[in-house]
Every structure is written in structure tokens, then in C-alpha cells.
Write a protein that binds this ligand. Sequence first.
Ligand code: PRP
Length: 198
Amino acid sequence: MTQMLTLAPTDALPGHALEVLLTEEQIQKRVGELGARITQDYANAREPLLLVGVLKGAALFLADLARCISRPLELDFVAIASYGVATQTSGEVRVLKDLEAPVAGKHVLIVEDILDTGLTLRFSYLMETLRARHARSVKVCVLLDKPARRRVPVTADYRGFEIEDRFVVGYGMDYAEHYRHLRYIAALTRNDAGLERV
Ligand code: PRP
């Protein structure tokens, strides 16, 4: 579900254009709904709930989502990088930061900003190793799902918005580390080389 709402030229770097796809209000409303559903789904779980954010993109989403979940929970982070340059991924991933919290016996909810090719989530560390470390359960919550880009079969248990195949920034997501701080999510086009898609 995407829609063009407005342009936000003041936030754009020179040579860039931003087209707002999801406003702050739309994001916050949906995050609230996800938090309410998660609260409900884990209401009868006696084991701890551990939210695991995948850095860096998920940081803002995790911060907002956690505050919309009304039950005891713990937070932890992992950082995973895919080999390859710019917007092309080679399919290989490596761990930059491991989990700090023990996961045995806990319900683990992996929190991602975007599900794209699926390679990050399919990586055995996240899914299989969490299970090998005896997590009570492992689920995935993504804010954005870009099914057109999927290379390996991964589905999210909780999903904020389905979007088309455009390069998105804001609300944690970056272009060369820029734009993560935006309160909204925008599609980025560059016009320094004749308005090419990034
Ligand atoms: C992005 C995003 C997800 C991953 C999804 O991270 O935050 O973690 O890509 O893509 P995939 O489904 O194709 O694996 P990125 O590697 O850009 O790092 P960042 O979060 O630090 O920006």
C-alpha cells in the first residue's frame, strides 16, 4: 500500500528528490496497531518477550514499537551486513554485533525496518541460531515489506505496510547513512545524473 502524498524538498540533499510515501501520522498509527496486536498475541505467554532489533535500520521502529507494547519485555540488538556494494547485495551476510541477552526460554520477536530480498532474515544466525539457543519461539515483525524483491522465501508474522519496489529512506532507513532521522518514509530519486533511480 503506497501513495504519493507530498514532496519534502527541504530534507533532500543537493541533487536528490524525496517523495513522501508514508507520513509520520500513518507510521505512528500503524506502529500502534502492531503494538496492540503483539500485546494481545503474547498476553498469555508467561515467558519473557525479547525484542531483537536489527541495526541500524530498525532502531527508530523498535523504539516506537516497544513503547506501544503493554507487557514486560527486554530489548537487544544485532548488526548484520551483507557483502556487496551500494544497492546490490551478493547474498552473503556477516555478523557485526551478536546478541548480548540469553534467549533460552524466551519468546523472541525480531524487529526489522524492511524485508527486501529476505537474505538478512534467512541468514542462519538469526533464525536457526535463535532456535538452537532454545528460544521458546521466534517471530518476525517488519515495518515495510517489498515482496517484489524477494530472493529467498521469508514471510513476516507482523507487517506494517507492503510497498512497491522503490528505494526508500527515512524512519531509520538510509542512503549512504543519510536520511535515517526523518520522521516519515520517502522514495529517493537522484537528479545529479539525469534523475536516475538510486
Ligand atoms: C537493510 C534493512 C534490513 C535489510 C533487509 O539493512 O535494515 O536489515 O537491509 O534487506 P534484505 O531483506 O534484502 O536482507 P542494511 O544492510 O541496509 O543496513 P542498515 O540497517 O544498517 O541500514
